[in-house]
Design a protein. Structure first.
Ligand SMILES: NC(=O)c1ccc[n+]([C@@H]2O[C@H](COP(=O)([O-])OP(=O)(O)OC[C@H]3O[C@@H](n4cnc5c(N)ncnc54)[C@H](OP(=O)(O)O)[C@@H]3O)[C@@H](O)[C@H]2O)c1
Length: 314
């Protein structure tokens, strides 16, 4: 441990950070050790990490002093914020600034910041295609992360642009549902556009590849995906791998999706509309080849569904 480079991993009990911790643990001769950061070292996921031999420390994204302590002596920091816990772009930016400030104070040699692009670059402020949210964002969890990139200036940072998790099928309740006719159907405002998706676990594995690659990735933006697929294509794979009947795709307008009323429906409606209306830009910012070079185990959608089919309700 003493001769290993420590990576302080935020979100270590979650999808992205958890994937990174597992990737580091799976490569004991790789020269890195994970330091898992959590707000609650007594929670089951934190205790499981400790049992697996990972150093687990307590810190809070809202408390810069706690982050400084968590980062002390570390080589690297994996920086991820969780928009979906508070739904606030302003809070996400403040948390990212705390991470950057603490990383500067701790003299961190390599930060990998999990970010997304600023959707406002694609539309003028008076563009009426989709509403502004929280007064100034098109897709707050994208735009706020992009704005937070500035907080990392002066730090040796890699800007990791991630993609839609396929895990949302079971984690966010986005799997097809049985209608009154007994047939499976799902609803998205995606038209015939392809969506860049990825297995959440693969984001952490890519991040590990970036830390291993070291200085060549500092100052670089690395956009990743597992695969880009239309909703029809995803439905065909689900139907084939899960052994269920055809999945009907209700391609609704984004306004309809935004009106569904579940928490974050407006945000998700805007996000899917961006994937649809700015398909070229969004896909152009992400590469499966880059992701596979950094993580040779990168999963395709078929492979992901085959591996996780027991979790997907049908
Ligand atoms: N879902 C998608 O398709 C998708 C795609 C791209 C990007 N993203 C982005 O991914 C981010 C979430 O990452 P994830 O999915 O890996 O998270 P997750 O699985 O939901 O887990 C959240 C993690 O964040 C940590 N956390 C939350 N608030 C914290 C705080 N105040 N202080 C310290 N740690 C805190 C939690 O740690 P403890 O609870 O242990 O403290 C936990 O480990 C979001 O910002 C989202 O926009 C999501």
């Amino acid at each position: 441990m003493a001769d290993k480079k420590i990576i302080a991993v935020l979100g270590s009990t979650g999808s992205q950070g958890g994937g990174l911790v597992r990737a580091i643990q799976a490569d004991p001769s790789g020269g890195f050790a994970a330091r898992a950061v959590t707000r609650d070292t007594s929670k089951d996921k934190a205790k499981a990490l400790a049992s697996a031999g990972v150093q687990v420390v307590k810190a809070d994204l809202d408390d810069v002093e706690s982050l400084k302590k968590a980062f002390a002596g570390a080589h690297g920091v994996y920086a991820v914020t969780n928009f979906w816990e508070h739904f606030s772009g302003e809070k996400e930016k403040a948390q990212a600034k705390n991470v950057a400030d603490a990383a500067k104070a701790a003299g961190i040699k390599h930060v990998v910041w999990s970010t997304l692009e600023d959707i406002r670059q694609f539309m003028k402020p008076d563009d009426k295609r989709m509403p502004m949210l929280q007064e100034k964002y098109r897709v707050p969890h994208f735009d706020a992360k992009a704005e937070a990139n500035a907080s990392f200036s002066g730090l040796p940072t890699t800007f990791l642009v991630t993609s839609f998790y396929w895990d949302n099928l079971y984690m966010f309740g986005l799997a097809p549902k049985k209608g009154d006719d007994g047939n499976l159907a799902w609803t998205f405002p995606m038209g015939t556009a392809k969506m860049a998706g990825i297995a959440a676990e693969d984001i952490g594995k890519v991040a590990y590849g970036i830390f291993k690659g070291g200085s060549q990735y500092v100052g670089k933006t690395v956009g990743i995906m597992g695969e880009a697929l239309t909703i029809e294509q995803m439905g065909q794979t689900l139907s084939k791998v899960l052994g269920v009947g055809p999945i009907k795709y209700n391609a609704v307008e984004a306004d309809v999706y935004r009106s569904f009323g579940f928490p974050g429906a407006d945000e998700m409606g805007n996000m899917f509309q961006v994937y649809r209306d700015f398909e070229t830009e969004v896909l152009g910012a992400r590469s499966a080849e880059t992701a596979r070079a950094l993580n040779p185990d990168l999963q395709t959608f078929d492979q992901f569904i085959a591996k996780n089919k027991s979790k997907i309700p049908t």
